[in-house]
Design a protein around this ligand. Sequence first.
Ligand code: SF4
Length: 259
Amino acid sequence: MSRMISRSKTIRAKNDGLIERGIPRAEDENPAYGSFEHILRVLDGLDSVYGNESAAPDSYATGEPLDGLILTLLSQNTNDKNRDAAYGSLRSIFPKWGDVARARTSEIARAIKSAGLGDIKAGRMKAILEKIAFDFKDYTLAAMKGWEAEKVREYLSSLHGIGPKTVACVMVFDLGLPAFPVDTHVARLSRRLGWADKKTPPEKIQDFLESIVPPERCGGGHLNMIEHGRAVCHARGGECGACAVNGICRRNIEKEPAE
Ligand code: SF4
């Protein structure tokens, strides 16, 4: 989900400490892992380091949601650099989405080669663009900007090859709707912090976070978790001694072994 990290770099500002949101703190207590209070304290701690909540815009939704959908589709199973290169190549060869829809799958696959899985992603892209053109009479999702969140979720989920994580990305970053995408970093942190069991699938973790995280904290909170997963709580173990939330992390407190 590199796309989000890229955006975070553009919106980050100097962070001057824990943010105040009018929510009671329980600094002297030990909130249960995964409780509302525990989650808020973790989000506060991460934001004090990465600042994506403090510096978040009023809304991330600024452009054409279809652009974000295709960008997120390209980000599947690759890193930011390769995704961005593929997106740039795609837009330079096919400036309009209608051009992509009319192109051969092999031509699209060649244009997005740097993102990997070219044939699969190209096939999905064509199918998505054809369906959108049929449903909206044009290659645009701009009409979604006036939709309710659940209607958006239902429609995006119906598109070929689009899973819950991609749906949530488009919702929160392209439509300004509350959603909490759970990628590999957010899933790993959620399990280690005690918000989910070790075998809880990402989709379940996403359902849980979307049910408990305040809407205005979803975008920035998600970005902070990804940055922490990349910088400190990485897959190979985590640098707990240097972690801003080690005092309230289940894995650190309970001395749980690495997965
Ligand atoms: S204390 Fe360790 S396991 Fe827990 S969030 Fe921090 S780095 Fe990850």
